[in-house]
Design a protein around this ligand. Structure first.
Ligand SMILES: Nc1ncnc2c1ncn2[C@@H]1O[C@H](COP(=O)(O)OP(=O)(O)OP(=O)(O)O)[C@@H](O)[C@H]1O
Length: 617
């Protein structure tokens, strides 16, 4: 140690003379991390002292804390701790050599790098980051060691420093930053509080700013799940996301092996503003905030998850490329996937009604996850539920198939647009047949995926064909006289074919049990799916026409169709034709919207029919 009154002057062993301006320029946008670095150093110093206290039985009992204070007149920001402290020798070793050598390494490496974030992520700037905002930094420290002398280090942003002995009574370290003119914002308590809250909110030691505690030193994720109440989970969520609605459910992670991982993940209620392109988890390393955008930690399909993860084995300064290549990160993703699957299983088994409500928010992500990850599919497949026409309640696929077994085996009838397919749904309902309602964008892919997983079960849209169950039973037809029935069928078929000009149209005549439907369009499931797929892949110009081939199923039992027969028999050809066209248009209307001409023709004809009705009265 240099003699008192004659401070040691020296040069920091560093070869890059202009290191300070370079670092400042490069790190400008992220400069507030200096607070994270200095406050976590202060917390580390306290943790180290607590450790020594235990090991050496020093019996130091006091309130450990980090104090941040602002002196506007002197233009200084001071971070003070009552931790382990440093002797002058330790300052030489840890500050002059270690801290600066890593800074030097930083400058050497950054030369070849273009991406600033990558640079910041790669290096622990540590103590050195103070020079991003200060043109002069002082350290005043007193080590916990017996008979230690106080040490005072000063550096004015060049490679030389001064170190002298001082009279310091209280153990611990003060880092005094003389802020640069343009960094005066860090003299504002609000600004400092905001940054400390952001990065240091969950550090395990009390952090005070101008005497007031800023942080929450015992974050909920450190407690054991059995001790935490539902209210506490919700409160914690509200603290993290003050504007959000209550979360749907949460998962408390506490993994010790093969790596350490703690945290609480929340599945939020999804709002329209939700940004699926971004990850929403806050990553901590030993309670120090690291980042709130680490999509690598979460499987893609779980991006809506919010909350905190504390992964002490990951370095504090993680970079994108590190996360992408680190095997541990893959394992973290696996743990999260598996815990989410277990949680969904629990929720599904506990209470179907409550689960149905949650399902509405999560199903897209769950389905996507099942298609993406086989392991997830295996764990979750029995819990997938579908809304059905049975009072709009939810059923699993097995439950649906069991209920439907008497009427149709291994076949699922579904609708994906309740309004457009209302006629078909009504027809199914009238025959006590249940229809699965799938209206999400992902569902058409999900159906294909389920068929691939289980080719025995076929999925058919309600308008793909008329099933046996919807048709009049043979016995009844016989009562009406099979010959007459056959004749009428032929007559109607020919008449419709002759009078409908649509291309690619096939007419099929059936007797439905429900006579309220006059006609409906059938599109074969396979052809329709193929066209939908081509459509989603092609540009507007070469969109395939969904109706290039379609079937009009005419219901012989419908009074309207019977009317057509009568009109035809009475040689009222014009009226009969008008009804044929109307039956066809009504059937088409539920399949697609009309263009201008079609709509005009439909309205004109409808009016004519109304006039005729009036005339009849
Ligand atoms: N407040 C403090 N009290 C006691 N020792 C300190 C304090 N601040 C820094 N030190 C010492 O200086 C060393 C260098 O600090 P620096 O922040 O540069 O690096 P680090 O904390 O070791 O690593 P990093 O910050 O990159 O994770 C520390 O390891 C510690 O020994």
């Amino acid at each position: 140690m240099a003699e008192q009154n004659a401070p040691e002057k020296g040069n920091i062993s560093i070869h890059t003379e202009n290191i300070f301006p370079i670092i400042k320029k490069w790190l400008y946008s992220e400069k507030e991390i200096f607070l994270r670095e200095l406050v976590s150093n202060a917390v580390d110093a306290i943790t180290k002292l607590q450790h020594v206290n235990l090991v050496e039985g020093l019996q130091l009992a006091e309130d450990y804390e980090v104090n941040i204070s602002i002196d506007k007149d002197a233009c200084t920001l001071t971070i003070k701790d009552n931790g382990i402290g440093m002797t002058a020798d330790e300052i030489r070793k840890y500050i002059n050599q270690v801290a600066f050598s890593s800074a030097e390494e930083f400058v050497e490496k950054f030369k070849g790098m273009e991406d600033k974030n990558q640079i910041i992520g790669h290096f622990g700037l540590g103590f050195y980051s103070a020079f991003m905002v200060a043109d002069k930094v002082e350290i005043r420290s007193l080590s916990y060691q017996k008979d230690a002398a106080g040490a005072h280090w000063t550096c004015e942003g060049t490679t030389s420093y001064e170190l002298e002995e001082i009279d310091k009574k209280d153990r611990g370290t003060e880092i005094i930053l003389h802020l640069e003119e343009e960094e005066k914002e860090f003299l504002e308590a609000n600004k400092v509080r905001e940054v400390v809250k952001r990065y240091c909110n969950f550090l395990p030691v009390t952090i005070k700013l101008e005497g007031d505690q800023v942080n929450d030193s015992a974050p909920l994720w450190n407690q054991s799940a059995s001790e935490v109440t539902e209210e506490q989970y919700k409160e914690f969520y509200a603290k993290l996301y003050p504007m959000a609605d209550e979360p749907l459910f949460w998962i408390h992670l506490n993994v010790d092996f093969p790596f350490n991982l703690k945290g609480i993940l929340y599945f939020p209620r999804l709002t329209t503003e939700f940004d699926v392109a971004k990850s929403h988890i806050k990553l901590f390393c030993n309670q120090v905030f690291v980042s709130d955008n680490c999509p690598e930690l979460i499987p893609e399909f779980l991006t809506p998850l919010q909350g905190c993860l504390d992964a002490p084995d990951l370095p504090l300064n993680v970079s994108r490329s590190y996360l992408q290549n680190e095997p541990q990160v893959r394992k973290i993703r696996e743990v999260i996937t598996s815990r989410v699957a277990s949680k969904i299983n629990d929720l599904a088994r506990q209470d179907r009604e409550a689960f149905s409500k949650i399902w509405e928010d999560i199903h897209t992500f769950v389905k996507y996850g099942m298609m993406r990850e086989d392991k997830f599919y295996d764990k979750i497949k029995d819990q997938v539920i579908f809304r059905t026409t049975d009072d709009c309640k939810y059923a699993t696929l097995d439950e649906y198939l069991v209920r439907a077994a008497a009427k149709h085996d291994k076949k699922v009838y579904y609708a994906n647009d309740e309004a457009a397919q209302a006629t078909y749904i009504k027809l199914f309902k009238s025959q006590d047949m249940e229809v699965v309602l799938l209206d999400a964008l992902i569902d058409s892919h999900f159906i294909q995926f389920l068929e691939m997983k289980n080719s025995e079960i076929k999925w058919e849209r309600v308008d793909s064909d008329v099933t046996e169950n919807l048709l009049e039973e043979d016995r009844k037809i016989e009562l009406a006289g099979p010959d007459e029935q056959k004749l009428q069928t032929e007559q109607v078929k020919t008449f419709f074919e002759e009078h409908l000009k649509a291309t690619g149209l096939e007419v099929r005549v059936e007797s439905l049990k429900d006579d309220s439907v006059s006609g409906m369009i059938l599109l074969s499931e396979q052809t329709r799916r193929f066209k939908e797929m081509t459509r989603s892949m092609s540009q507007d110009a070469d969109m395939p026409d969904m109706f290039a081939e379609h079937t009009l199923m005419v219901n012989l039992k419908s009074p309207v169709v019977q009317n057509i027969i009568k009109l035809q028999d009475a040689k009222q050809e014009e009226d009969a034709t008008m009804l044929v066209e109307q039956v066809y248009d009504l059937a088409m209307l539920s399949q697609r919207s009309f263009d201008k001409e079609q709509m005009e023709a439909f309205l004109a004809r409808s009016n004519k029919i109304l006039e005729k009705l009036g005339g009849m009265g």
